[in-house]
Structures are given as C-alpha cells and as structure tokens.
Design a protein around this ligand. Structure first.
Ligand SMILES: C[S@@+](CC[C@H](N)C(=O)[O-])C[C@H]1O[C@@H](n2cnc3c(N)ncnc32)[C@H](O)[C@@H]1O
Length: 371
C-alpha cells in the first residue's frame, strides 16, 4: 500500500468563529463548520450529494446545504434530527413568536419532573413542561409544523448552560448535562438557586441570533434518518459524491449521559439509544470497518470520503492508523491525511474548549477515494 501524503497545519481554524450563525448550537464533540466547508469546497460541486452518517448537530448537512449541495444525514441519536432539520427550513421569527403565544403555559409539573427543580425555577419548569407537552401532542396529532420543530430545537439547546441565556441555573456548558446530584453540589458550592427567567424571551433571542446571518436560497433536497451508520440500507448504491463525517472516538464521550436532560425534554429514553462506544481499539476498528463498507457502497466511483478522528488520550492515540487499517481491502484508496492543528486562543471558548490540555487538539482527517 502506497503511504498517504500527510498535510499538516492550521488548515481551517483561522476564522474559527466566523461560520454562518445558523450553526451556533452546541453538541458534544461537534466539529466546526470550517471543517466540512474545507472538504466540500475542494471535493464536490454545486448540486452534488453530500452525506454524513454520524451527523450530530448536523454541521456537515447544514454547511453542505448552505453551499448548494444536496444532503443526506443520519445518526443513532434522535436528537440529531431534531437539531438539524429545523435549521434547514427556518421559520420567520414572527411565526415563532406567534406560536409561543399560542402554547398554554399552565402545564402540570409531575413528581418525576420536580426533581429538575435543582436546575429550574418552578415557573421556568412549568413553562418547559408546557412546551414539552405541546410538542408531544402536536406530534401525536401529526400537526407538528416548522414553528414547533424550530421551538423544540431551540429549547433542546437552551435546557442547561453556563450563562444567563439558558433556562437553567448556571451549570456546565450546554452540551454536557450534569446529574441532579452533581447540580445540587454545584448550587451548594456556589450558593446559587435557580432564578425566574423569561422562557419565551430566551427562545426568541436565540432564534434571532441563529437567523442573524443572511440565509442563502437553500436547496431543499435533503434526506434524514435516525439510523445506525452500520447499516445505510436506506441509501442507494453509488448515490453519494462526498462524505464528511466523524464517528464517536472510541469511548471518549458518553453521549447518553451528556444528553440526558435534552432527551428528557424531547421524550427520548437516552439509555436506549444504541450509541457505538468502544473501549477496545480492536472493537472500534471493527465498527469503523463496518461503517466504511457501507459508506463506500453508497459512494459513486471516484467519490471522496473525509473521515475525521480526533486526537485522544492526550495525543497518545492517533486513530487515523486504525481508520487506514479498517479501510484495508475495501475499494477505498487512502490518499491523504489532513492534520489540522488548533491554536487555542480566547476565541476557542466559543467551541467550549477552554485550553490546550482539554478536548481534541488536532483534527485528523483520513481522505479516501472510492476506486
Ligand atoms: C463525533 S460525533 C459527530 C459530531 C458531528 N460531526 C457534529 O458536528 O455535530 C459522533 C456522533 O456519532 C453518533 N453515533 C454513535 N454511534 C453511532 C452509530 N452506530 N451510528 C450512527 N451514529 C452514531 C453519536 O450520536 C454522535 O452524534
């Protein structure tokens, strides 16, 4: 096997906070829009189809759509669709305001929801429960529309966080919900109690912020599914031009734990989501091989796969070697390895990475071509 070329440097971090505003929702282990932008610009054209089978908050499909590509996206986490779909079809802010005025805010906080009073003021919790119930009923009645879908997406994003713009008392960043017990300790240590907040105003403020960049005329060609990347049977053979994706990095992130509060709001049992989570490299390699087999099947001849893996265990484990091994024998030629080095500056805080010792310090992308 010919050795792939390594390309290393600060390839797409220079403008790290300057992506389109519609991307600005948090999700654990999401990548910056500049990453998919880099590969979409170089390896696809307007009208081509771009796939992400581990789409998370939807960074790849949204960036691809902004760039005039057709998009296909999936993830095992049902939150992923709820976060992605509405931002490809945003309602006007006045529609969101009108819908918020229609939702009766007199919901009943049951005993189970009462445990959440450690995060929320009673009046805030009542409003959250009311919106949750409204969405549940609208879905049941098959009446969920763009405004409901948008409100759910914003609420999922505002459930908990470290600034006044979230529904909760001050806690961890929004992509990492702590347990009730841990929040009790945080409140005690900081002598804080949840304050009353204007839930509608928080939703509207975030709506205006997400929609502040001009929205280009987006292609409405999109297909999404809540599904495992292990089986992309719902996607036709040779129908994708480019995949830009990033799987779970072994067991670095506990997606069920980090998303429990968001899942509660969305009516999902986080413990039942079949996230791939592997402590052993051998098992992770088998999982990656399975997904690469599927990705190559749906890729057109000559099409491209950009497969991002972080740097884990403080840089001791470089997963690109394992991705190359997983691709061996499949009709995928590994051409290049891109290593994007991130300089951590103050602006890195907008991605919830606070210094150079935490999180992922390099993005490592294995670029493969379908033979
Ligand atoms: C590194 S994150 C991807 C983040 C995404 N690039 C973004 O910008 O938000 C990995 C994703 O893989 C998902 N996942 C875990 N196991 C999966 C599987 N077997 N099939 C599909 N998605 C899976 C997780 O839910 C998570 O969203």
């Amino acid at each position: 096997m010919k050795k792939p070329e390594y390309i290393s440097g600060e390839l797409w971090t220079a403008k790290q906070c300057q992506g389109h505003s519609i991307h600005e929702i948090s999700y654990r282990a999401c990548f910056k829009p500049q990453l998919p932008n880099y590969f979409i610009a170089r390896f696809s054209e307007r009208g081509d189809t771009v796939l992400d089978p581990f789409m998370g908050r939807g960074t790849t499909p949204i960036e691809a759509s902004l760039m005039g590509r057709k998009v296909i996206g999936s993830d095992v986490n049902p939150l992923s669709l709820m976060l992605t779909r509405p931002r490809l079809n945003p309602p006007k802010p006045h529609m969101v305001a009108r819908r918020l005025d229609e939702i009766p805010m007199d919901g009943v906080v049951d005993a189970a929801a009462e445990t959440l009073l450690v995060f929320y003021h009673p009046r805030v919790l009542q409003k959250i429960v009311s919106i949750k119930e409204w969405i549940r009923q609208r879905e049941k009645d098959e009446a969920l529309d763009e405004a409901d879908d948008w409100i759910r997406m914003v609420c999922i994003n505002r459930m908990s966080g470290h600034s006044p713009g979230f529904f909760s008392v001050r806690t961890m960043p929004p992509n990492q919900a702590v347990s009730v017990e841990a929040q009790e300790k945080i409140n005690r240590k900081n002598n804080r109690r949840p304050q009353d907040k204007d839930v509608k105003e928080i939703i509207l403020r975030k709506t205006l912020s997400l929609l502040r960049s001009p929205m280009p005329e987006m292609r409405r060609k999109m297909r999404f599914k809540c599904a495992s990347a292990r089986d992309l049977g719902w996607i036709a053979d040779e129908s994708v031009d480019l995949t830009v994706t990033s799987p779970p990095f072994m067991n670095v992130v506990d997606y069920a734990r980090d998303n429990w509060l968001r899942c509660w709001f969305a009516g999902i049992d986080a413990e039942k989501i079949p996230f791939d989570h592997h402590g052993k490299k051998e098992n992770w390699g088998k999982f990656v091989r399975k997904t690469l087999r599927e990705i190559q099947r749906v890729t057109v001849a000559g099409g491209t796969v950009a497969f991002e893996v972080g740097e884990i265990q403080g840089g001791k484990t470089m997963l690109e070697e394992d991705v190359m091994n997983a691709a061996a024998g499949l009709p995928l030629r590994v051409e290049k390895i891109y290593i994007n080095r991130q300089r951590f500056t103050k602006t890195a805080n907008c991605w919830n990475v606070s210094n150079n010792t935490k999180g992922t310090n390099t993005n490592r992308v294995v670029l493969m071509r379908k033979r």
